[in-house]
Design a protein around this ligand. Sequence first.
Ligand code: SF4
Length: 382
Amino acid sequence: MRRLKCYTLGLNKPILAKVTHNTQKRKLRSDYVLLAKEKRLGNCKGYQAVIVEEARAEIYGEKLKNLPLIVVSDGLDELNEHDVVQIITNANELLIPYECQSPHNGLFLTSSCNSRCVMCPQKPKPDSEDRVRFNKRLIELIAPGPEYLTLSGGEPTLLGEQLIYLIEACRNKLPQTKLMLLTNGRKLKEISFVNKLARASQGYLAVAVALYADTDLEHDKIVGASGAFEEALKGCNNLALYGFQIEIRIVIMELNYMRLPQLADFIYRNLTYVSHIALMGLELQELAKENLEKIWIDPYQYQSQLLEACHLLLRRGFRVSIYNHQLCTIPQQLWPLSRKSISTWKNIYLPICEKCQEKPNCGGFFTSALTRHSEHILPINI
Ligand code: SF4
């Protein structure tokens, strides 16, 4: 989630509100914070707060005696009309959980997980706040609805009935938005739960299940949970029974790259109903960073396995995408499969990329690639 450094004046409760540059009708103002860029400020009564740049803080502080002020030192131009911002009392960061102009919006449903994947970029932990109530309010504030919204965690299915409730809330409030649930698939072994998901989503939800190997031994070792492979496969079968659109997500690492072609063949033979397969690069945060030496493989070194796996899947009619990879690290035949999949706020390029003709088409790097990246980054100029 994008964050801006800030400090607050007169704020005594948390804020979750839409941003507006324009004066809203008085009765709507309680949903908004006003982004004040003009020298003159009209009547601001009713807004949750006013956001200003640091240079104007003193002037506005004088005028707005009864309204909290959020003072942002840098990046005010990154806020757009209808973005949703959050501020926790006493925190010095303005969080932006929904960015109107980003194609990568999502609801972060929980930090908890029933697995502990060796390359997880977000260490599982208990939730420190009521995330269901937070996300319900976020759904109410999102407008207009985006084309896509991911439901992620942690492991969102651990919310059980509350996940069903949030999917229904999305369907009612954002009927044009396509939802994608990111899951390890383990809880989906319960057919009664998949039945509830199907009834709540009514064709409105696609499900992306993580699968890292074609054997239980390897998959379970990567996710740190015995029996996870069997559960995920049962989950996929249950989803297929209810007609869900299913995607398989494979994160490629040292522990599984050698058997990518075997995994592709396994999917063809056992999960024929899958509509899309995403082959993904590592994001080196949290557990992935801690286990770096165990999981790191330079993408350049698995070119032949990636090529074979993609060809095998494409020949058999699957839709295939490559996420989180740089074009100069993958074979040229695979460039049409590469997507710009990294959320804009954490997507960077290296200085050397400025010399590259393919930069506009290249997915670039996670900011965490500054820890380690391929040794084969080379500008492409054909
Ligand atoms: S040089 Fe940079 S922009 Fe060009 S393909 Fe490689 S990573 Fe992408």
